[in-house]
Design a protein. Structure first.
Length: 256
């Protein structure tokens, strides 16, 4: 004979907690654009962006009285949004980041409505003017990056080639390039001109290493600035919800 299950002996439900798993982030991608190439193409592209934006705005403002300026202005803003998306893809390629979650702050377009509604939507969208600011900013930033890169790399390669230049000039026309630099000869009178040329070459290799590090830093800063302008601001996401589950009680039977 078996007794009925005792209500007192049944264990209480065990309360367990678990949290929702956070969303997986995209794995970093391999950089598809080298920092040096990014610096070199940023300067001519910045000139094109600057000329296009300035000419487009001046022409749009001048044609507003004849009712052509507003559509032209909307077209310039829409083109600036396309340029911002292109620059953002270049920045992601330099940083080696995957474009998985974030979207560029491109101008919005009205899904419904006529031509004038879509035109006014583009003109009133703040993201359009962020794209304009990016296009105008690419010119001075690209100019500074290009000038610094060319100056450092040229100086590095010039110093590295000092022994070859010295030997070529000294053996062909008998000209010693260190005779015109009295301060260098006075600073190291115990060294010959050939030894000084190799010392300059060693300094050139050090400067070249510094130049490459500087180029990477400039490219990274410019890419981060581009992403900061083209990525819309988002509010902080709430913490993942805590979900509570209850384990079913196990039945026990007492033997009589």
């Amino acid at each position: 004979m078996h007794a009925q299950p005792a209500a007192d002996s049944a264990p209480r439900p065990e309360k367990t907690e678990r949290t929702a798993k956070p969303a997986k982030t995209a794995k970093p991608a391999k950089p598809s654009l080298t920092p040096g190439a990014y610096i070199l193409i940023s300067f001519p592209l910045g000139i094109l962006y600057f000329v296009f934006i300035i000419a487009g705005f001046l022409l749009s403002v001048g044609l507003i009285p004849v009712f052509v300026g507003l559509p032209l202005l909307a077209g310039v803003l829409a083109a600036a949004g396309g340029i911002a998306s292109f620059e953002r893809s270049l920045a992601l390629g330099v940083l080696g980041r995957a474009d998985a979650e974030e979207e560029p702050a491109a101008p919005r377009t009205a899904a419904q409505g006529g031509f004038f509604r879509r035109m006014l939507t583009v003109i009133a969208d703040p993201a359009s003017y962020l794209s304009i600011a990016l296009c105008l900013l690419k010119f001075p930033v690209g100019l500074i990056n290009f000038a610094i890169t060319v100056a450092f790399v040229s100086a590095s390669l010039g110093l590295i080639a000092t022994p070859a230049v010295y030997l070529a000039l000294e053996r062909t026309i008998g000209f010693d390039i260190f005779t015109v630099t009295d301060w260098l000869a006075d600073a190291a009178p115990q060294f010959t001109s050939l030894q000084l040329s190799f010392a300059c070459s060693a300094v050139g290799f050090v400067l070249l290493f510094i130049s490459l590090s500087l180029i990477r830093s400039l490219a990274s800063f410019t890419a981060q600035l581009t992403l900061a302008i083209t990525t819309p601001a988002r509010s902080a996401a709430p913490p993942p919800p805590r979900m509570e589950t209850y384990a079913p009680p196990s039945k026990t039977y007492a033997d009589s």
